[in-house]
Design a protein around this ligand. Structure first.
Ligand code: SF4
Length: 450
């Protein structure tokens, strides 16, 4: 049986694309291996978002073509966002690569693997760049999941129509398009039957789910219905947009026990000047009102957000405004990125670029301030007991188990390290347990199962 090795880079949306490609190849009789070394074909699913991600993708492609030169792999297929952004350059500069498929061509992965270069290139379709991108996987698409058995991503929509000036995603993923409601519900039931306990809903712009299908508050309706699936314990939503946080959505989070009390909402900045230059709108005051509205609607909610520092034109004053904002809002989880100057985005044309070392120094300062805030938030949990999704032996130490609070998303937020449990405790992944918190760190917590 021919073996295909997969290298999946970038965000969870790209991971779902890899899972869909692996599912189709498995259905076509291929064996999927995560060791590229002993694969006949190596597929590199790339990320093309920012400089560091692009470099990582190119490195992975060169490692794969090296395996081919060594006579190990016979074929290299390159997929994903980098292909959408630089297809022509990649075709010219990487003749060793046998096939390139974009984010709108996931259903061509078997052809790309089976057909020889000449034949496959003949069936190459138009690049995604334009507004015609339509591809959406559905409940019948074979999918080989790469996440832990008890948690699964569901991509509820693809593409984005927002004008954020620093972002190249719309040019790589096409226009916003929602999956059909029924398709998501069937996939969710299917995942629940496979033993999945946590559904993580993802898209570039989850808040707009259903809008293009004529559904007002489609995301709220979806959450209400997904929470009715018996075997599911948690429903989590990632990547919401600040101007689209509806009362219906907050009500769905507040009123459904299975809807985790968690909001992932990238804000990118808080100074009026920067938000305007980023074409995101709003002010520190309007964002603080939004955070208050969210917390009034769902008092125990944990909020995750991300910021960009070093954006063209950012002054120390703008940065101070951002510091004041996070000190006021005391977010639970924060990611901070330095601006990446991406050609083809409106921001690339802006003057007044901030030196990289200044941007990096601002990123460090903001993370130091947030580490203290995160620790204070965690210290308030000591002595209290919380529902935790049990996830088995800890990555930190074999002597510890680990799990997550509702307010902790896998991989990107802190976790709960578990150092004690009743004698008769059965360590089942995905099981909800009660943990009494005994210790707080900057991001992680320590506790015992009671
Ligand atoms: S909403 Fe997100 S994906 Fe869409 S343009 Fe803005 S940053 Fe990019």
């Amino acid at each position: 049986m021919k073996k295909v090795g997969f290298v999946s880079l970038g965000c969870p949306k790209n991971l779902v694309d890899s899972e869909v490609m692996m599912g189709q190849l498995k259905d076509a009789g291929y064996e999927i291996t995560n060791s590229a070394d002993d694969a006949d074909t190596v597929v590199v699913n790339t990320c093309g978002f920012i400089e560091s991600a692009k470099e990582e993708s190119i490195e992975a492609i060169l490692e794969a073509t090296n395996l081919k030169e060594q006579g190990k792999a016979k074929k290299v297929v390159v997929a994903g966002c980098l292909v959408e952004r630089y297809r022509d350059e990649l075709v010219d500069e990487l003749p060793e690569v046998d096939a390139f498929i974009g984010t709108n061509q996931l259903d061509k992965i078997v052809d790309a693997t089976e057909k020889d270069k000449q034949d496959f290139n003949e069936i190459q379709l138009t690049p995604i760049g334009n507004k015609t991108a339509t591809y959406l996987y559905d409940e019948y698409t074979p999918r080989l999941r790469a996440t832990d058995s008890h948690t699964a991503f569901i991509k509820i929509a693809e593409g984005c129509d927002r004008p954020c000036a620093f972002c190249s995603i719309p040019s790589m993923r096409g226009s916003f398009r929602s999956r059909r409601f029924g398709s998501i519900m069937k996939e969710a039931q299917h995942l629940a039957d496979q033993g999945v306990k946590e559904l993580v809903l993802i898209a570039q712009d989850s808040s707009r789910y259903g809008e293009d299908l004529g559904d007002i508050d489609g995301l709220a309706i979806l959450i209400n219905e997904l929470c009715k699936i018996e075997k599911i314990e948690w429903v989590r939503v990632m990547y919401t947009y600040p101007t689209h946080i509806s009362d219906g959505f907050l009500k769905a989070i507040a009123e459904n026990e299975k809807a985790v009390k968690y909001l992932d909402m990238p804000l990118q900045h808080a100074s009026r000047n920067m938000l305007k230059a980023m074409k995101r709108g709003g002010t520190r005051e309007s964002l603080q009102r939004l955070i208050k509205r969210v917390r009034d609607a769902v008092p125990e909610i944990a909020i995750r957000t991300t910021f960009i520092v070093g954006y063209p034109g950012e002054t120390e004053e703008d940065f101070q405004e951002l510091i004041k904002f996070i000190q006021n809002c005391k977010f639970d989880n924060v990611g901070v990125f330095t601006y990446s100057d991406e050609e083809g985005t409106p921001a690339f044309e802006l003057g007044d670029k901030v030196p990289a070392e200044v941007a990096e120094e601002r990123r460090k300062r903001l993370m130091e301030i947030q580490a203290e805030i995160s620790r204070e938030n965690n210290e308030e949990k000591v002595g209290k007991t919380y529902k935790v999704m049990f996830e088995g032996v800890s990555e930190e130490s074999e002597l510890l188990w680990q799990g997550r609070l509702e307010g902790q998303s896998q991989e990107i937020d802190g976790k709960v390290l578990i150092n004690d449990a009743p004698e008769d405790f059965l360590p089942i992944h995905g099981k909800l347990v009660h943990v009494k918190i005994t210790e707080a760190h900057n991001y992680d917590l320590v506790g015992e199962i009671v």
